[in-house]
Design a protein around this ligand. Structure first.
Ligand SMILES: [Zn+2]
Length: 110
């Protein structure tokens, strides 16, 4: 059992969350609490995109997209790779995809 497993196990028996976990969870919900960021993430769950592509598909200004991508990168929800002069963004976390998909299903069910 490595250190990560031990931490997960000990967390399950705690009655309160530790400060670092609380911080990350609240920051992540904050990141998800914005319509434009939700649209960008939802798109990036489906495919890797450049800033231009995101701006085109979602009909947003490039400066808006860049600003929101920086925010999402800071909370580790997106990552990027460079190919020549183009930077491609993609999502960086399966857990958050699941949360967002659950939320979308929740919004749509009756
Ligand atoms: Zn529901």
């Amino acid at each position: 059992m490595d250190e990560k497993d031990i931490n997960i196990q000990s967390n399950q028996t705690e009655q309160d969350l530790d400060e670092e976990t609380l911080f990350v969870v609240s920051q992540t919900f904050k990141a998800l609490g914005d319509k434009t960021r939700i649209r960008i993430l939802h798109l990036l769950f489906q495919k890797e995109c450049s800033v231009n592509e995101i701006a085109d598909i979602l009909d947003l200004r490039q400066s808006t997209v860049s600003h929101q991508l920086r925010f999402l990168k800071n909370v580790r929800l997106v990552k990027y790779r460079r190919a020549g002069t183009t930077i491609y963004y993609s999502h960086d976390d399966e857990h958050v995809i699941n949360v967002l998909e659950q939320m979308i299903a929740h919004a749509r069910h009756t």
